[in-house]
Design a protein around this ligand. Sequence first.
Ligand code: NAD
Length: 261
Amino acid sequence: MAITTSLAGKTAIVTGSNSGIGLGVATEFARAGADVVLNSFTDRDEDHQIASDIAAAHGVKVRYIQADMSKGDQCRALIEKAGACDILVNNAGIQHVAPVDEFPVEKWDAIIAINLSSAFHTTAAALPMMRKAGWGRIVNIASAHGLTASPYKSAYVAAKHGVIGLTKTVALETAEEPITVNAICPGYVLTPLVEAQIPDQMKTHNMSRDDVVREVMLARQPSKEFATVEQMGGTAVFLCSGAAAQITGTSISVDGGWTAL
Ligand code: NAD
């Protein structure tokens, strides 16, 4: 039987998608023909403008729904408001870096809530819709830090390892249904936030752009190249294609060899 690649007629909800990887993933879903729901905690004109721009570029329906992924009830409300959820991408995430004995409690709580608990709440709300529709795909954006650790990132590493545990568990709970649950583990991805750090790093280390990228920022990424948001989107679209229908409960590293070290 031919493998399906079009996502026409499907609705994809991508949390934390007004910038960076989430926006890249949402754009690739639109390119593949899916209707898309964008989300973040803000409600600015530009958030809605991003939705209109993607809709115009790809001829699909795109809505922006404000919901704060640090709050369980708002995570569930996002799914309910969307009204349909064939594809759920749990992407919203934040970072804070500090030694564990100095880690601010409110930062720990926020990272666990946004990076991990939100995926529990959205998944719980989305699964009944997927079951009713007879098809579903959940893609959790974890990290190379879901498989390995770095010092000073205790909350982030704990949350991302948790995301991979949640991915495996929900995959087993849905294994006999036409629903798959997988994680993508990006290495260092060139997002606007990462791009903005380069000039400061060049000054701090007194290095050229190429050297600071290679020797400092990509010290742990053997390819010495950033991954791109389009590559994250393409991987997510692949996980929703017919070719991936038997891929469930796994983590796909898109990290230039980081976790092979
Ligand atoms: P980003 O800051 O550009 O995007 C984060 C998104 O989450 C934004 O849209 C932001 O508005 C949203 N967000 C933050 N707090 C939120 C909240 N309370 N409610 C709703 N939305 C919220 O960062 P990014 O690099 O694109 O990160 C996206 C995901 O990819 C995160 O889960 C991150 O951990 C993961 N990741 C990023 C990299 C990288 O190198 N950039 C590497 C591995 C994993």
